[in-house]
Design a binder for this molecule. Structure first.
Ligand code: BG6
Length: 506
């Protein structure tokens, strides 16, 4: 297998990654496999440690066994190397800690401060893979036990709160212990290869920038579709719903990267300043626009990938009659000079027909046609950035159908497939982001003001929904959401993108 993206990368300083929520789903499915893969790529310096922390009374060797199982399950067979797995497991430790009391903290302190030379030598990182309600209490304890040193770092998993007030409270409380540059708020979508590629596409090519505005772009579509249901996370998800879980963070970050001005440089504050301006320019969706600009859905039993799946209300941990949405479609506008009047249509949902994330930039139609009637329908150009799976950038163009039969036009696609062009494995977003924390680079993390600006826009939508007392519209699992989502865009004379244009020639 091509190894460019996984090959030896420059070594980073040794680190102590303490993972709170160390036995949870995120740690086992994403964090430990990502750290293992970075170890395999030669990026984990000798002496680095990963310390799992949770309430479970496990021994370090129990934890290693769990981690090994997680690697077997979540790392592709091609990447599993017995010797590297053994070396990686050696780096693991485990301390049972009850974060809401003093139990276990002395043991954790003891572990982190020994041998004493480590306190200055290794980058000390606390990853809070816990519910946001614990971010404050854990930070307080880290301070009380003298663990939050001036050069330590803390990583906060999303969601940061469930509305503006709770986000501010978390930010205040964590901010009383760590300075803003020490805080890394993770949004793993920013670590995805193709998402970073948006910066390259927009600012590394002279072709697009002159067209990247309301004069030339008709509208933008962003779809983040999943086939999975709520899995084992019903308890969390039912309190959250698709708007809080996906739109307030992941989709808005994509809106920012599509919509922002060119930053002064790639330096962290420059990029984040530009994203913040987009978030602050989002037009509020007022109570009387909620019905016309947003759609909430909830899946019913159906079939995904040929298998029958239960409805949301029958998933484990979901209370009877829950009104939580598993699908959102909405229309937003960025109220600024570049984008005034250009709708951004967003949709995201669980139990849709495919796992697929993509951004579609639809350009305006040509202003005048010289082609005879019957030459075929002139379709406006589309630029399609496929984030996952099959990362690609496609451009839909009108072309002449080959042959002597006169001028007949047909749309065709220029297709840049990343797998075909670059080969190899694309590192998972967490691999990139976990190492960025070790490097001390927070460009791809959300700053406090970004998170709060995103809530400022999202919260009135949630309030508006609550005030209307409407249940989400049902949709059958395995379909593209409720029919109202199609109506949302078709009312404006547009359609959701459905990529049936082949890139192969005629
Ligand atoms: C997480 C959400 O942030 O992103 C999950 O909490 C969702 O509900 C996941 O499934 C999707 O991430 P990805 O990388 O699989 O698109």
């Amino acid at each position: 297998m091509h190894s460019r993206s996984t090959g030896a990368a420059p070594a980073l300083p040794p680190f102590d990654y303490t993972v709170f929520g160390g036995t949870g789903d995120l740690a086992l499915r994403k964090l430990l496999p990502a750290l293992y893969l970075r170890d395999k790529a030669g990026q984990v310096a000798d002496g680095s440690r990963i310390i799992g922390v949770s309430r479970s009374p496990l021994t370090p060797s129990d934890y290693r066994a769990k981690a090994e199982e997680a690697i077997q399950e979540h790392v592709h067979a091609d990447e599993r190397d017995t010797a590297v797995i053994a070396r990686f497991l050696e780096r693991l430790d485990y301390v049972p800690v009850d974060v809401t009391s003093d139990n276990g903290w002395n043991e954790l302190t003891e572990r982190l401060d020994n041998p004493p030379a480590r306190s200055s030598g290794a980058v000390r990182i606390f990853y809070l893979a816990t519910s946001p309600g614990l971010f404050g209490p854990v930070s307080d304890q880290l301070r009380a036990f003298g663990l939050a040193t001036a050069d330590s770092r803390v990583v906060l998993e999303k969601p940061i709160g469930r509305d503006l007030a709770s986000a501010q409270e978390i930010n205040d409380r964590v901010g009383a212990v760590f300075t803003e540059p020490q805080i890394y708020r993770i949004d793993h979508y920013l670590g995805k290869e193709t998402v970073q590629n948006l910066l390259a596409l927009r600012f590394g090519n002279s072709l697009f920038e002159p067209l990247w505005n309301a004069d030339h772009i008709d509208h933008v579509q962003i779809t983040v579709a999943e086939t999975v249901g709520v899995e084992e996370r019903g308890g969390y998800y039912d309190q959250s719903g698709a708007l809080r879980d996906m739109v307030q963070n992941h989709l808005l970050q994509l809106v920012c990267l599509v919509g922002m001005e060119c930053p002064i440089s790639l330096a962290q504050e420059s990029v984040r300043d530009e994203k913040l301006k987009v978030l602050r320019s989002l037009k509020a969706i007022g109570p009387d626009e909620i019905g016309g600009c947003t759609v909430r859905g909830q899946y019913r039993a159906g079939a995904v990938a040929g298998g029958a799946v239960p409805g949301y209300l029958d998933e484990p941990g979901i209370p009877p009659g829950s009104g939580t949405e598993t699908f959102v479609a909405l229309k937003l506008e960025i109220d600024n000079w570049r984008w005034a009047g250009v709708p951004f249509y967003l949709r995201s949902g669980k139990r849709l027909p495919a796992k697929m994330s993509e951004i579609v930039i639809q350009f305006r139609p040509i202003r005048h046609s010289i082609f005879p009637q019957g030459a075929g329908e002139l379709q406006a150009n589309r630029l399609i950035v496929r984030l996952q799976p099959d990362e690609s950038i496609r451009m839909h163009l009108m072309t002449k159908e080959p042959g002597p039969g006169g001028m007949r036009l047909r749309p065709a696609a220029l297709n840049l497939s990343f797998a075909e062009t670059f080969g190899g494995r694309f590192p998972d977003a967490y691999e990139r982001l976990l190492m960025d924390v070790v490097r001390g680079n927070s460009t791809l993390f959300m700053r406090r003001d970004e998170v709060e600006a995103a809530w400022q826009w999202a919260e009135p939508i949630i309030d508006g929904w609550m005030a209307r007392h409407e249940m989400p519209k049902p949709y059958i699992a395995g379909t593209w959401g409720p029919s109202q989502s199609i109506a949302l865009i078709e009312r404006d004379g547009r359609t959701w993108h459905d990529d049936e244009i082949p890139s192969a020639a005629f």
